[in-house]
Ligand binder design. Structure first.
Ligand code: 2AM
Ligand code: CA
Length: 267
């Protein structure tokens, strides 16, 4: 049973699992070739590395909390929503980056109870950075506590905008984002790994992050890390319908409402 007493023990085990999967991914990258890539949809890649990493993570986590189910990107196990506790897993977030040998990419693992996220671990493989948090326990990068930035002015904010795979729907929005934000903030970035981008808001590297058409495993772990670091995540109406990943607005809290309003004007 998951309770306060065993929280600390579980997070340590999850950190080990994430690092083990990350080490596997790092090793596979050394002799990775593009012909090992399959296409799930247009420009939506998956490789044996994603699937093998997921199998490893699932096998390990079954021992950590036997009563928990799984919601995973590669669906190597079909065993999810009926359980009180559910592991939400992206074995390799940033697959396109991985395929191109470009950082960042990460392993992301969260534990959910109903709509509550209890803990999250994001291991960014290339920089060997382990972000983690559990509910009420603060957020950490390795051993160091992390906090969101204190940036107060949208004009000076470094913002990260995703390029979602739903090109038809997002392309016109992206053009308006460029029109309304480019030149009106410190700069605009996109890194190609949603979980890593959320962690970068959590540790103050970004002041805000916006993306659409994601899935629960793209946001679950990073969002609790962000919240525990003092940040805020909502949908574009300011509500809590962000967990499915369709609308994700993540900020240092201070800029949240101003960015939200400017964003919805942009739409
Ligand atoms: P992935 O690398 O695990 O596929 C990039 O903008 C972000 O979108 C990444 O976190 C990426 O996760 C995610 N992503 C990739 N393909 C997607 C798809 N078809 N639908 C939704 N999100 C996707
Ligand atoms: Ca992903």
């Amino acid at each position: 049973m998951y309770n306060v007493q065993i929280k600390g023990k579980i997070i340590e085990q999850v950190k080990d699992v994430a690092k083990e999967a990350g080490a596997f991914i790092r090793l596979q990258r050394q002799d990775f070739s593009p012909d090992k890539v399959e296409t799930k949809g247009t420009h939506d890649y998956v490789s044996y590395v994603d699937k093998e990493a997921e199998r490893l993570i699932v096998e390990r986590l079954r021992k950590v909390l036997p009563e928990a189910g799984f919601l995973t990107e590669e669906c190597t196990t079909v065993d999810d929503v009926q359980h009180e506790y559910v592991w939400v897993i992206d074995p390799l977030d940033g697959t396109t980056n991985f395929v191109h040998g470009l950082p960042p990419y990460c392993v992301a693992i969260a534990l959910r109870k109903g709509r509550e996220i209890l803990l999250g671990v994001v291991y960014e493989v290339v920089n060997d950075e382990l972000f983690w948090a559990y509910q009420g326990g603060g957020a950490y990068l390795g051993e160091q506590p992390i906090r969101v930035s204190n940036e107060q002015h949208l004009n000076d904010a470094l913002l990260c905008f995703g390029f979602p795979y739903n090109v038809e729907a997002w392309s016109p929005v992206m053009q308006r984002i460029v029109r309304d934000f480019y030149g009106h903030c410190a700069s605009i970035r996109n890194l190609g790994s949603a979980e890593t981008e959320l962690c970068y808001v959590a540790c103050g590297r970004f002041d805000g992050y916006v993306e659409s058409y994601l899935k629960p495993w793209d946001v679950a772990a990073g969002s609790i890390i962000l919240q525990e670091a003092g940040g805020m995540v909502t949908d574009y109406q300011g509500g809590n319908q962000w967990m499915d990943g369709q609308q994700v607005l993540a900020t240092n809290s201070v800029l949240h409402e101003e960015l939200r309003q400017k964003l919805t004007l942009t739409f």
